[in-house]
Design a protein around this ligand. Structure first.
Ligand SMILES: [Zn+2]
Length: 63
């Protein structure tokens, strides 16, 4: 099954483990998508909007 990221448009190929699934998946772009599938068909998809803000602050401690 193919899932298209709502944020970046990336097409994600997911295996049959997701044929009957509801929950979040993470795209390469870092967006969390909440999907619901049934019998291998995508029923719902939306961006997780209530996620914690990911502060990817990589502090470079002096080397
Ligand atoms: Zn994406």
């Amino acid at each position: 099954m193919r899932i298209i990221c709502l944020s970046c448009g990336h097409k994600m190929e997911v295996d049959t483990a997701y044929d009957d699934f509801e929950g979040p998946i993470k795209c390469l772009c870092g967006a969390m998508l909440h999907i619901k599938t049934e019998e291998g068909k995508l029923k719902e998809i939306h961006l997780e909007t209530h996620e914690r803000e990911t502060c990817a602050t990589t502090e470079h401690t002096g080397q």
